[in-house]
Design a protein around this ligand. Structure first.
Ligand SMILES: NC(=O)c1ccc[n+]([C@@H]2O[C@H](COP(=O)([O-])OP(=O)(O)OC[C@H]3O[C@@H](n4cnc5c(N)ncnc54)[C@H](O)[C@@H]3O)[C@@H](O)[C@H]2O)c1
Length: 311
């Protein structure tokens, strides 16, 4: 084809995508059905993982719940079953590749092929770079980033074969920009964001348009994971209520949105981090108290209190 004609078609296609995205942004979009889908959520034993499980179950999905915390996970399954939903709780350490593959086989046998995969399990040690041990750094990367590779490898092929599925990556705004006092967490979440972006392009290049992806980047959520985190002006952007965050996530997933930052002010912060001079960002962090925010962190999860963590 003539290069000029090809370029004209390319520009028209580009403009059409912008028009479509704007229309989609303005007009209410219809929710897709998840009835009878098999939805696997990692880290379903507490926090937003549990709440997402309740929401998907309410809409008729069969839930597969993975968590390293057996009792919390069973509790989520009981809550779902008491409300008439279908749930299978399985104890799985997502940082352990072999355990993931073993549990994936078991999942297939008892619940069928997974069609919605939500990589939500995550950890934070809340220590600055110098105070974090080698083992804590490794574990953070294994749970928050590497685990996504293992779970997606376990379930993506069948989604591609059927050209049907959805992979949700729960990262964080800390995957879009950074904050002091959480080097390993920030690094692990940047890796999760990179994983989502690259996977999405892989799927598009293979024309697997039926397999959707959604990247979730929330700000501080009041689940206890970051207990004690304090900013200088806490009312400026208060911590998200878990329910409020999950409502936004459900909307994004059910409308096949590619990426969501919650609250919306985080899009602004993300944008500013890409063009503001580094010195200005440091000054801003200093003024808002974000550079000291983790100083008041209160470890409360079992792994955060575990002083004997091994490599
Ligand atoms: N809480 C926040 O402020 C916040 C902000 C942004 C992003 N996030 C992300 O949202 C996700 C959920 O966070 P939350 O606030 O609900 O935390 P949470 O601590 O309440 O829940 C995390 C769950 O992951 C499970 N888990 C931890 N390690 C695991 C492993 N190796 N294998 C399987 N399960 C494991 C835990 O047992 C727990 O049930 C995380 O990925 C977190 O990084 C949280």
């Amino acid at each position: 084809m003539n290069l000029i004609l090809e370029t004209l078609i390319f520009i028209c296609q580009l403009l059409w995508i912008f028009v479509k995205s704007t229309i989609r942004w303005i007009l209410p979009t219809k929710y897709k059905s998840v009835r009878d889908e098999v939805c696997l959520i990692t880290g379903a034993g507490s926090g937003i993982g549990r709440l997402m499980a309740m929401e998907f179950s309410k809409r008729g999905a069969t839930m597969v719940l993975w968590d390293i915390n057996e009792s919390g996970n069973e509790e989520t399954a009981d809550m779902i079953k008491r409300r008439g939903g279908k749930a299978y709780a399985m104890t799985c350490d997502v940082s352990d590749r072999e355990d993931v593959y073993k549990m994936a086989e078991k999942t297939r046998k008892i619940a069928g092929e997974v069609t919605i995969l939500i990589n939500n399990a995550g950890i934070v040690y809340g220590k600055d770079f110098q105070s974090t041990s080698d083992a804590e750094i490794e574990r953070t990367i294994r749970v928050n980033s590497l685990a996504h590779f293992w779970t997606v490898r376990a379930f993506l092929s069948s989604m591609i074969d059927r050209d049907h599925g959805h992979i949700v990556t729960v990262a964080s705004v800390m995957g879009l920009f950074a904050n002091a006092g959480m080097t390993s967490y920030v690094s692990s979440k940047h890796a999760a964001v990179g994983f989502h972006n690259a996977l999405e392009l892989d799927l598009q290049s293979k024309k697997s348009y039926g397999v959707n992806t959604t990247l979730v980047c929330p700000y501080h959520i009041d689940t206890g994971m970051f207990k004690g985190l304090t900013l200088r002006f806490p009312d400026l952007i208060p911590p998200l209520k878990p329910e409020e965050c999950v409502e936004r996530v459900m909307h994004a997933v059910l409308t096949n949105q590619k990426m969501i930052a919650v609250p919306r002010a985080m899009y602004l912060a993300y944008n500013a981090a890409t063009w503001m001079p580094q010195q200005a960002l440091v000054l801003l962090g200093n003024f808002l108290g974000s550079d000291q925010a983790m100083d008041s962190f209160i470890p409360n999860r079992d792994y955060q209190l575990d002083t004997k963590i091994k490599d």
